[in-house]
Design a protein around this ligand. Structure first.
Ligand SMILES: C[S@@+](CC[C@H](N)C(=O)[O-])C[C@H]1O[C@@H](n2cnc3c(N)ncnc32)[C@H](O)[C@@H]1O
Length: 256
């Protein structure tokens, strides 16, 4: 689990929040009473929920004190609390459990998804968005680079930090537990200023476990430089100098 940096994460706030907007828009609940944003981060996805369901009692859960501090500053009126999704035992049932760009950091989906479904009122919704692009150049190159002998051992844990299963896995897991399900994938094509911006994006999320695993500053810089070189070859520059950064995501809206 990396140490989170809210400022770094929010450098691409608009792009990172769009899937939360799209996910919230697909939740067909008239007036949910109690909502929790599971892995609320700095509160950007919680703000989307506040706008979509202004009458609801809203709370945000995260394991990172740093993220929660930023969230609290942005919206002191929302109830924020620290918990680990894997061990969290809520005191109440929810009408909506919302989780945008979080569960890929949490292992054992076979246990976690049914567990979260149990925290819902009958008719309640589990809405989840997770990246689904581990075969993309972004991930392929960092993994490949990290398996060179000079990095291999220290980055072993980082290679395991992120993950998700197939759409078929989630369907089979959820089908016995639900009354209805919306399942879809979207590839967002982010327009980046240059290839460096892709690395900058990744520093806010999936690159963090690798950088934390390499304690020496100079070594870290060398790792990033080698990665950037690979990204330059993988992401072509458009006629106007910008770079297209495709990012595939899986979205799930499951009704209990
Ligand atoms: C990529 S951010 C997503 C933030 C926000 N939901 C959004 O839509 O942009 C992932 C967040 O999940 C949190 N997280 C990861 N694993 C967690 C866990 N096991 N329990 C609670 N929070 C976790 C991290 O602390 C981080 O704030």
């Amino acid at each position: 689990m990396p140490v989170w940096d809210a400022d770094q994460y929010l450098k691409f706030q608009r792009e990172r929040t769009q899937p939360a907007i799209d996910l919230a828009a697909r939740v067909r609940l008239e007036s949910p009473r109690r909502i929790v944003d599971v892995g609320c981060g700095p509160g950007n996805s919680t703000a989307v929920l506040a706008q979509r369901f202004p009458e609801a009692e809203l709370s945000g859960l995260d394991s990172s004190a740093e993220m929660l501090e930023t969230a609290r500053e942005s919206r002191p009126d929302i109830h924020w609390f620290q918990a680990d999704i894997s061990s969290w035992e809520p005191e109440t049932q929810y009408d909506l459990l919302f989780s945008n760009a979080v569960l890929q950091w949490v292992p054992d989906h076979e246990t976690i998804f049914p567990r979260l479904m149990r925290f819902l009122e009958p008719g309640g919704v589990l809405a989840v968005q997770m990246p689904m692009h581990y075969d993309s150049p972004l991930h392929y190159h960092v993994k490949e680079l990290s398996t060179l002998p000079e990095w291999y051992e220290q980055t072993a844990g980082a290679r395991q930090a992120l993950g998700s299963e197939s759409r078929s896995f989630y369907y089979d897991l959820l089908a016995p537990l639900i009354s209805e399900l919306d399942l879809w994938e979207t590839e967002y094509i982010h327009v980046m200023e240059n290839v460096e911006a892709i690395l900058e994006w990744f520093r806010g999320t999936g690159l963090r476990p690798y950088l934390e695993a390499i304690p020496d500053d100079r070594e870290r810089a060398r790792f990033e430089a080698a990665l950037l070189e690979r990204y330059r070859a993988a992401y072509p520059i458009q006629k106007n100098g910008k770079v297209l950064f495709p990012f595939r995501r899986l979205l799930i809206v499951a009704y209990r």
